[in-house]
Design a protein. Structure first.
Length: 286
């Protein structure tokens, strides 16, 4: 899928869940607050395509400096041949395969910490951004003997990876080589990872993040936010390059989506409980 290429990114969350490298890029957009990055792991995905790479062994440390979030330009090739017949699609969603919607997302982020005297969770700050965003749809991905069960594969990216508040949604991804998860279990050579459950009918979309795949160290659904160098000491500065927070199960993305326009809203939080977000995205198909 088209976009600006960037490389080597690492997803890290507070429970030490993941750290894996992935090809990535960012989208043009302006934020009103500090810089940040997002991360994921190296995977093979559906068209449009431009590259393919191997999934390296993840490291369990959550302290490694993250690198930019993945975007459509570096999404590697699918195993499906362009000459292969398209399976029957009762919903008509196949007409959306290959569509790219460009527009703006208005993003609100709430930041939480545990810096109270009794250690309870509190809202420490709120920020609002307007970011250039893209939504790319493609045919469902296939890995090994499995095919994504969604009517289309989805990749959404809001903002540039260097921006605080940047968001990435991946509905699925396919690894390209055997490796190991954080528990030492081997990965399948062509493992299909499904993140979202997407329903679409007559222009109405209702999608829910069902598995962030943090246990497999392949978190691709992220919100980028700079964390303090020392917890509860914002006066000592923020972590250089920001900190990618894996999004939790239950994050939603819903609204109207047809062959010409997209008008969608999203809401969710991170697995570490430190950030919550919501946004409205309006885009036009190109």
């Amino acid at each position: 899928m088209p976009g600006i290429g960037r490389t080597r990114l690492v997803a890290a969350v507070s429970t030490g869940l993941l750290c894996a490298a992935l090809a990535g890029c960012g989208h043009d957009g302006a934020a009103t607050a500090g810089a940040s990055t997002a991360s994921a792991t190296t995977l093979a995905s559906g068209p449009p395509t431009s590259a393919s790479a191997s999934l390296p062994e993840p490291t369990p440390s959550a302290s490694d400096a993250p690198t930019p979030t993945p975007t459509p330009a570096d999404e590697p090739a699918t195993t499906t041949s362009p000459d292969e017949p398209i399976a029957a699609d009762a919903s008509g969603a196949a007409a959306l395969w290959g569509k790219r919607y460009s527009g703006t997302a208005s993003i609100s982020v709430d930041i939480y910490d545990y810096c109270t005297t009794d250690g309870s969770r509190r809202r420490a700050d709120s920020q609002t951004y307007s970011m250039n965003s893209t939504l790319d749809l493609s045919r469902p991905k296939t890995g090994g003997d499995e095919t994504e069960s969604n009517p289309f594969s989805m990749l959404f990216a809001a903002g540039d990876p260097s921006q605080a508040g940047a968001v990435s949604f991946w509905s699925s991804a396919v690894s390209t080589t055997s490796s190991q998860d954080l528990a030492g279990n081997p990965r399948d050579p062509h493992l299909l990872l499904s993140y979202w459950d997407i329903e679409w009918s007559d222009g109405d979309m209702n999608a829910r993040l069902t598995d962030p795949h943090t246990q497999q160290a392949v978190a691709l659904n992220l919100l980028n936010w700079p964390s303090p160098v020392v917890a509860c000491r914002s006066d000592l500065g923020r972590m250089p390059g920001g900190y990618p927070h894996a999004l939790a199960s239950g994050t939603t993305f819903a609204g109207r989506l047809d062959g010409s326009t997209a008008s969608l809203s999203a809401e969710g939080s991170s697995t570490d409980g430190q950030v919550a977000f919501r946004f409205e995205f309006d885009g036009t198909a190109s």
